[in-house]
Design a protein around this ligand. Structure first.
Ligand code: SF4
Length: 346
């Protein structure tokens, strides 16, 4: 076994290390302040203290899929379903722009109601009204033709977490009609089309091993995404994983720091899920190497019903309306929320 300091130095200098060393970092029970401070230094070298904000607009919680971990899966008959129309979505942008948001993230389940024409019209309308803003889509697996149409309409970024890069593990988290192969196909096509592409995974999902996390890192090296979103698994009461243990804060923070060292350029959000499992989760995520926050611009009824997991934060500092309070907290953690489109710095 190499001393932890040597592994961290290797990650700082080479942005890579062996599987064995990664496993050692992931599995150590100890806090690793050296890892956090190395990640923070690299983050400051690339992005200074800037924290980019993305205005999250959850526009539909209908979904044709039934991922076993997800609270809005198609089989959840108790979910209170909603859809926002173009005007609702533009109203969210109207609320966000004066607050300083220069990226709008349209996130939804895989909802066939929104045809490609409808999505393109929404994207086009946002870009027409706010040409200095980026539109990010997070709407799941589609055909290449659909992705190309969204890109042509003006969407420039796409988020699609792979969730786990191990196909055996993937099949334990998803129904048989879904496959890791198709998820990867989507991600490579998005990159090929020219999207700034985001992927990522859950930490502590059911059946996950430390080796699975190493596979996630290796897959991300192969994909080289611009954005990497990770968060702890949090169970939802209306899923088959209702009684499973949630992912740990410590491991999630450690993974954020490892990601920062392996992908110095990346946009790494400090996610809502982190803020949900710990009152200071979002600030800790920034200190571990995160540089993006995604406050929620959705109308209240949508926020409440977009329940991917239980107790999801959607009020207080998580709500875009509370941006001033969030700015103060971020500043006291040593960073600064900026009004910026927030492109990746490769
Ligand atoms: S994780 Fe996404 S694709 Fe899967 S059921 Fe939930 S919203 Fe649908």
């Amino acid at each position: 076994m190499s001393p932890v300091t040597d592994i961290i130095n290797e990650l700082v200098n080479m942005h890579n290390t062996s599987d064995e060393n990664l496993l050692q970092l992931i599995c150590t029970e100890n806090e690793l302040p050296q890892l956090t401070s190395a990640a923070d230094k690299i983050r400051r070298d690339h992005y200074g203290t800037d924290v980019y904000i993305r205005g999250l607009i959850e526009f539909t919680n209908y979904c044709r899929n039934s991922c076993y971990y997800c609270g809005i899966n198609a089989h959840n008959k108790n979910a209170c379903r909603f859809r926002l129309d173009k005007q609702d979505i533009l109203s969210c942008c109207d609320k966000g722009y004066p607050l300083g948001f220069r990226t709008f993230v349209l996130q939804g389940g895989e909802d066939p109601y929104y045809t490609d024409d409808i999505i393109c019209d929404i994207v086009y309308s946002i870009r027409e009204k706010y040409p200095d803003c980026a539109v990010t889509l997070s709407i799941g697996e589609k055909t290449r033709k659909s992705y190309q149409a969204y890109y042509n309409a003006g969407a420039s970024r796409f988020l699609l977490r792979h969730e786990t890069a191990d196909s055996v593990h993937y099949n334990k988290l998803h129904p048989s009609k879904m496959s890791l192969e198709n998820r990867k196909r989507c991600l490579y096509e998005l990159k090929d089309i020219g999207f700034q592409t985001g992927s990522g995974f859950m930490v502590g999902s059911p059946f996950q091993s430390a080796e699975n996390l190493v596979s996630d890192l290796r897959f991300l090296q192969e994909l080289s995404p611009d954005m990497i979103g990770i968060g702890p698994f949090i169970p939802h009461s209306e899923t088959v994983f209702a009684d499973c243990e949630q992912g740990s804060l410590k491991t999630t923070l450690k993974m954020i720091s490892i990601l920062r060292l392996m992908f110095p350029y990346a946009l790494i959000p400090s996610t809502t899920a982190l803020g949900t499992i710990h009152p200071d989760g979002r600030e800790l995520g920034l200190k571990a190497g995160g540089n993006v926050i995604m406050p929620n611009l959705s109308p209240d009824s949508a926020k409440l019903n977009y329940t991917l997991y239980n107790n999801k934060l959607c009020t207080g500092d998580e709500a875009a309306e509370q941006l001033e309070s969030l700015k103060i907290k971020v500043r006291s953690a040593g960073y600064e929320i900026v009004t910026d489109i927030g492109n990746v710095k490769r």
